[in-house]
Ligand binder design. Structure first.
Ligand code: PEP
Length: 256
């Protein structure tokens, strides 16, 4: 399966900064030495998507995405953005269910499911983020949380998106909430166990095509731990926040 390295810039970077960083990535990766066969995504702030997409235009395995979207084509939803608007400025991917959306902005599973299915229906590729809080992990609820978060999305999936229709268009990012932006990376045994659980749940939900759906790990990934994480079974890529803000650090992660 094609590996995916994804940067989540969160609420960072002006257009000028985004231009510089994405040009550095495009120059280094376009030269062809680092990414061999991988897909590299940058989830940029809405205001920078056209800049990043423009810088990536000549390199086929680089793409830009939005960090969120609203599940309606248009309407009275002040402050929100539609999948079509994201596509209009050059995004081909969108993140849904990021832990900061769930836990800081209060999004529930039902809203995340609507965002995910609507964005797919509107033609965007989707990276769905799932993961447990520390309290949920300590209470032994890891499997239940992952099952609830995945099932709510697949229950809402229209028939047209079943079967092979998700191949190449949908990825899951397992991001333990307690490891995001905290410097605490999950241990290898914890990552192996959680990713095996996600794979099994996907098999239950979509059948044999689950093997083609990439599962990324996210949470305090750095150049020093990237290779170890990528060596684990069912880890098909990495979603990187803080360490992706600097082009050289993100390139080191991709190269690891
Ligand atoms: C993220 O934002 O998805 C993330 C994993 O952040 P960090 O790498 O900073 O923990």
């Amino acid at each position: 399966m094609q590996k995916i390295f994804a940067a989540n810039w969160k609420m960072h970077k002006t257009r000028a900064e985004a231009g510089q960083c994405s040009a550095s990535l495009a120059n280094a990766l376009g030269a062809g030495t680092t990414a061999s066969g991988a897909l590299v995504l940058v989830f940029a702030p809405f205001t920078c998507i056209d800049v990043v997409a423009g810088a990536f235009a000549e390199v086929p395995f680089l793409a830009c995405g939005g960090q969120d979207c609203y599940p309606a084509a248009e309407g009275a939803f002040t402050g929100e953005i539609s999948p079509t608007m994201l596509a209009d400025v050059g995004a081909t991917w969108v993140l849904t269910g990021h832990s900061e959306r769930r836990h800081v902005l209060g999004e529930d599973d039902a809203l995340v499911a609507r965002k995910t299915t609507f964005a797919l229906e509107q033609g965007l590729n989707v990276m769905l983020c799932i993961g447990e809080t520390l309290e949920e992990r300590e209470n032994g609820q890891l499997c239940d949380v992952l099952e609830r978060q995945l099932t709510s999305v697949f229950d809402a999936m229209p028939d047209i998106l079943r079967g092979n229709a998700l191949a190449g268009r949908f990825a899951v990012a397992y991001e333990p909430v307690w490891a995001i932006g905290t410097g605490k990376v999950a241990g290898q045994a914890e990552v192996l166990d959680a990713h095996a659980t996600v794979r099994t749940l996907l098999q239950k939900l979509v059948g044999a095509t689950a093997v083609d759906l990439p599962i990324l790990y996210g949470g305090s990934v750095k150049p020093t731990n990237a290779a170890g994480l990528m060596s684990l079974d069912n880890v098909d890529g990495l979603l990187v926040g803080g360490a992706s803000l600097d082009a050289q650090s993100f390139l080191q992660i991709i190269g690891a």
